[in-house]
Design a protein around this ligand. Sequence first.
Ligand code: UD1
Length: 425
Amino acid sequence: METIRINGGRKLGGEIDIQGSKNAALPILAACVLVDGVSVIHNCPDLTDVSAAAEILCHLGCTVTRQGHTLTVDSRNISCYNIPTRLMSRMRSSIVFLGSILSRTGKAELCAPGGCEIGLRPIDLHLSALRSMGVAIDESQGTLYCYINDSIRSNVITLSFPSVGATENIMLAAVFAKGTTTILNAAREPEIGDLAAFLNRCGCKVKVSGGGTILIEGVKKAHSVEHTVIPDRIVTLTYMAATAAAGGDVLLKKTQPQHFLTVNHIFEKAGCNVNCTNNSVRITRNGRLRCVRDIRTMPYPGFPTDAQAPVMAMLCLAKGTSVMVENIFESRFKHVCELAKMGAKIKIEDKVALIDGVEALYGANVNAIDLRAGGSLAVAGVAAQGTTVIGSVHHIDRGYENIVECLRAIGADAERSDMDERFPG
Ligand code: UD1
């Protein structure tokens, strides 16, 4: 089992290119199922979650090849409508294949999805929306048996919460429906816009209007397409948090600051300088960080829940008490125990985290309990005095491409190695 070892305490400096967005690439790969042709997807990050999506595509009958960051998916010969449990259990977002398989084949069979264990992650919104579009769904022993009698019906669907996955599933299910489907209170994340852009490029008719309304006019067919995935805003924010925590001056290139403009002020409030261009962000921090008292995770354009753990790691070193409220997921504070092993002082009261800033964090043996917990430990590790050894690296590999190389490129002393004998397991 591999670990990441970081000798922390040096200021960071340098530049890195930001990878393509995992959360945009995954639904786009699911959307390839709709295409009666070949999809060429550029800027597709090399991550285990992306490999898992590619395996699902192969199982369905697609041919998938990768050249660098370009994935080519030939989905002319889709022959299958089920996803086996072993593939579904690898990641939660495999559920977005439901909408596209239904659209393409008229039926689908899959079990409940896997992924990060961050509280209850139900799929009731996905299922009720699909049922309202005429999809019959039987659940038996953890497997969903879904089929369409005639064709998918367009409808007006109002989501009680702007779920990202449910919005994507409805979009994918609606592209070939008769008439126009309207999603109200749809998710507004940039990854939704990227999925719509992909769908429009292959001949679908999707209109994303401000305020969370999406209109999908049914078409007969989706044709071959070439598309470039947007940059990963959460990865950008993680390296910003690392720079803020360790101090220094880092330029993050090939990113899109307009996707995280509302988060920049958190770094500024904490005492960093943030300078954006159209496609880069430079962050510098010299003096001690200051606490930030009012961070609440919210659907986009609010503060993203996926950045909560990395930013919390940075605030562990801020002067004063910071307050973070997690409104999106239950149990998304699992990283707190690990940060505590490094000397962090954090109190959790229900969905509120009170982070009492300490003068220094200290290297320790810690576990990446989930993907973003892993991001937070990398942030803490570069800032901590001494050596941090992070275990359960497979969670980090789900979302951060070449994290060790990226950290090294901005001046951190990091390496990947086989299981460290000091690591408790
Ligand atoms: C996506 C992202 C994930 C991010 C999350 C919130 C991908 C691959 N994953 O996850 O990184 O943290 O958005 O920005 O894009 N909910 C229900 N019923 C449902 C669906 C969701 O109650 O049917 C609840 C969830 O339990 C959660 C909240 O809605 O509390 C947000 O979930 P959702 O927006 O669906 O997140 P995901 O699409 O799973």
